[in-house]
Ligand binder design. Structure first.
Ligand code: PEP
Ligand code: MN
Length: 283
C-alpha cells in the first residue's frame, strides 16, 4: 500500500490537527466496519451499493423496493423517516411509523437498513429500528448530536456537510470516535460550488484524499450530489474508481409520485441498468 509513504507528507492533516483517532496509522490497512448479521463494509470487501427511496412513504413502496434491490445484491436498504427538509412545508417524513416500515421491509428480504437521525431527540429510536444510523449533511456540525451518536452503539454513516472542508469532516468524525464509536462510514455527498446544473458538485477528490487520511470506509452518495439521475452510471463508476467502499443511490418504485427528491431517484429498471454498468467493479 502507498499510504505509509503519503503519511509522511507535510500537508497531511495529522500534522495540523495532532494525532487523531480517526487518522490512518502508518502502513495500516483499510478498516472493515461490522454492520451486524455478519455483514461488513470497507476493508477489502467488494464495493457495496446502499439503495432505497429518499423517504419511507408506505409499506407497499418499501416492500416493492426491497424485493427488487435485494435481487440485485443490495444488502443495505435506505429510507428516510425523519427528513431534514429545506422548507418546513415539505414532507417531513413518517417518523417512527416510517422506521417500523423500513425495518419490516429490510427483515422481509434479509437486508440491513439505514435511516437518518435528525436530532438528539430521535437518534435513540432510529438506533432501535436501524442497523446503521445516518447523520445527515446538515448535522455534520451538530457536535452534541455527534457526541450522542458516539454513544449510540450502532455504526454511524456520517455525511459531509455541503460546505465542509475535508479537515472539518474529519474532525466531525473524530467526535464520534472520541465519544466511543469507531464504527464510522464517511460519505461524500457533494459540495456547493458555482455550478448549478447539478444540485451539488460530487467532490471526487475527497475520496482518495480521505482515504489517505483515514482507514475508515469512504462512500459516495451519487443522488444528493448530482440531484439528477441521468448521470448516475458515470458518477458511480467514478466514485468506485476513486476508491469508494460503496455508493449510495436513491431508488423509488415510482419516482414521479415520490414525496421527496423525485427528480433524482432512479426507478427499479434504471437501477438494474446501473448495477449492470458497474459489473467491472464487482459491486
Ligand atoms: C439523505 O440521504 O436522505 C439526505 C437528506 O442527504 P444529505 O444529508 O446528504 O442532504
Ligand atoms: Mn433525498
Amino acid at each position: 500500500r502507498i499510504f505509509g509513504v503519503i503519511v509522511a507528507e507535510s500537508r497531511h492533516l495529522q500534522s495540523e490537527t495532532g494525532a487523531l483517532s480517526v487518522s490512518r496509522k502508518t502502513d495500516s490497512k483499510d478498516t472493515a466496519i461490522s454492520l451486524g448479521k455478519g455483514r461488513l463494509i470497507g476493508g477489502d470487501c467488494r464495493p457495496a451499493v446502499i439503495a432505497g427511496p429518499c423517504s419511507v412513504e408506505s409499506l407497499e413502496q418499501m416492500m416493492n423496493s426491497a424485493a427488487c434491490l435485494s435481487k440485485h445484491g443490495v444488502f443495505i436498504l435506505r429510507g428516510g423517516a425523519f427528513k431534514p427538509r429545506t422548507s418546513p412545508y415539505s414532507f417531513q417524513g413518517l417518523g417512527i411509523e416510517g422506521l417500523k416500515i423500513l425495518r419490516k421491509a429490510a427483515d422481509e428480504y434479509g437486508m440491513l437498513c439505514v435511516s437518518e437521525a435528525t436530532s438528539e431527540g430521535n437518534i435513540e429510536v432510529v438506533a432501535d429500528y436501524c442497523d446503521i444510523v445516518q447523520i445527515g449533511a446538515r448535522n455534520m456540525y451538530n457536535y452534541a448530536l455527534l457526541e450522542k451518536a458516539g454513544r449510540i452503539g450502532r455504526p454511524v454513516l456520517l455525511k459531509r456537510h455541503f460546505s465542509a472542508t475535508i479537515k472539518e469532516f474529519m474532525l466531525s468524525a473524530e467526535y464520534l470516535l472520541k465519544s466511543g464509536n469507531s464504527n464510522v462510514i464517511l460519505c461524500e455527498r457533494g459540495i456547493r460550488t458555482f455550478e448549478n446544473s447539478t444540485r451539488s458538485t460530487l467532490d471526487i477528490s475527497a475520496i482518495p484524499l480521505l482515504r489517505r487520511e483515514t482507514s475508515l470506509p469512504i462512500i459516495a452518495d451519487i443522488s444528493h450530489s448530482a440531484g439528477r439521475k441521468d448521470i448516475s452510471a458515470p458518477l458511480a463508476a467514478a466514485a468506485l474508481a476513486a476508491g469508494a467502499a460503496a455508493i449510495m443511490v436513491e431508488v423509488h418504485p415510482c419516482p414521479q409520485a415520490a414525496f421527496s427528491d423525485g427528480g433524482q431517484q432512479l426507478d427499479l429498471n434504471d437501477f438494474g441498468e446501473l448495477v449492470k454498468s458497474l459489473a467491472a467493479f464487482n459491486a
